[in-house]
Design a protein around this ligand. Structure first.
Ligand code: IMP
Ligand code: MG
Length: 336
């Protein structure tokens, strides 16, 4: 009955994957489709004793009743896709738009051998920047040019718009985060495309008038991987003392960690057209909140944090993640 976009509000790795998984279990979408750059993204989804790091397949894969799409705007690495659909056993319900541009070995080599990309920008080395450059230069090859991708090919916008016409729910998941948007991020220390909600709609061929909700995911302690400005960054000593080290899903680099950035949250919420927000890692603000599912059980410290965040974002915080598992979440969307 609705089309919801979920995007990251800071520098990526806000826990979008987990929020997508939760919303899917609650809202029963028939399609979960991803936008964003490509396999430079890493989503970690923890379910029970299993932890999955996915780069191509939408992180909503944990919800078994949706078809999983990769939108037209996304770059596809056929090797990563093949590996993931087999590992996750989702081959029969994963589909790729036939116009997606494809990452080839030469793109990865160009990404890794470029002093500028690999060192100065600190790219993930997954070939995305050079592949998007080739796409703009109109020399990239498309998914339909690769026989091994043939079983996956569909017209993603046609399928999504038809589902919406039928009154079904569709989830569009973003990747990366607002701060590394090519347009709005800390250029040149950014990824090779816009990452805002409008881009995610465009990546999937869904017009702006069809979007009902934009959930922006913010992390209580934002993180950044790679180079570039990070105004609220804390020293390694401070983050170690707080016991909140993190490592990247794709590159395994240690993530830089910062304090909540209200100014950035406000600007990001504005450009994303945030209708409601999710805050992840509230158990880091107050460890007593770990695993809680009940809003009324949140501590004063956590509530103060959320109230301040709502002032910054200028939208209600309706999803509060209290731990890594999909079940560790408070959902008050109905109460809005
Ligand atoms: P690229 O997208 O691989 O070219 O990397 C450009 C910058 O974006 C680097 O600082 C990367 O660390 C960062 N980046 C790209 N994708 C992600 C992501 O999914 N999460 C966090 N950072 C990312
Ligand atoms: Mg990630």
């Amino acid at each position: 009955m609705s089309c919801t976009i979920i995007v990251g509000g800071f520098f990526g790795d806000e826990g979008k994957g987990k929020v997508v998984a939760h919303v899917a279990y609650e809202d029963h979408p028939t399609i979960i489709s991803r936008g964003g750059v490509g396999p430079n993204a890493g989503h970690t989804v923890t379910m029970g004793d299993k932890e999955y790091g996915v780069r191509m397949v939408p992180s909503g894969f944990v919800y078994p009743d949706a078809r999983l799409f990769i939108g037209t705007g996304v770059l596809v690495d056929p090797r990563v896709l093949k590996h993931e659909v087999e590992l996750l056993n989702v081959k029969d319900r994963t589909f790729v738009d036939y116009r997606c541009s494809v990452i080839e070995q030469q793109h990865i080599e160009r990404d890794r051998s470029s002093e500028h990309l690999a060192k100065t920008i600190g790219s993930t080395g997954s070939g995305c920047g050079p592949a998007n450059a080739d796409r703009v230069m109109r020399v990239a090859r498309q998914a339909k040019d690769f026989p091994e991708l043939e079983p996956f090919l569909i017209d993603v916008p046609a399928e999504i718009n038809a589902a919406l016409d039928m009154g079904e729910s569709v989830l569009l998941e973003g990747t990366q985060g607002f701060g590394i948007s090519l347009y709005y991020g800390t250029y040149p220390f950014v990824t090779s495309k816009d990452t805002s909600a409008s881009q995610i709609a465009a990546d999937n061929g869904v017009g702006p008038t069809r979007i009902d909700d934009v959930i922006v995911v913010f992390k209580a302690y934002p993180t950044r991987v790679g180079e570039g400005p990070f105004s609220t960054e804390m020293t390694r000593e401070v983050s170690d003392r707080l016991g909140i080290q993190e490592f990247g899903t794709v590159t395994h680099r240690q993530r830089r960690i910062g304090e909540w950035d209200g100014e950035m949250a406000r600007y990001s919420a504005m450009i994303n057209g945030c209708t409601q927000a999710a805050i992840t890692g509230i158990d880091r603000v107050d460890p007593h909140c770990f695993g809680i599912n009940d809003y009324d059980k949140l501590s004063r410290k956590a509530l103060d944090f959320i109230e301040k965040a709502e002032e910054d974002i200028e939208a209600p915080v309706t999803l509060i993640s209290t731990g890594p598992d999909v079940s560790h979440i408070i959902d008050i969307r109905d109460e809005q």
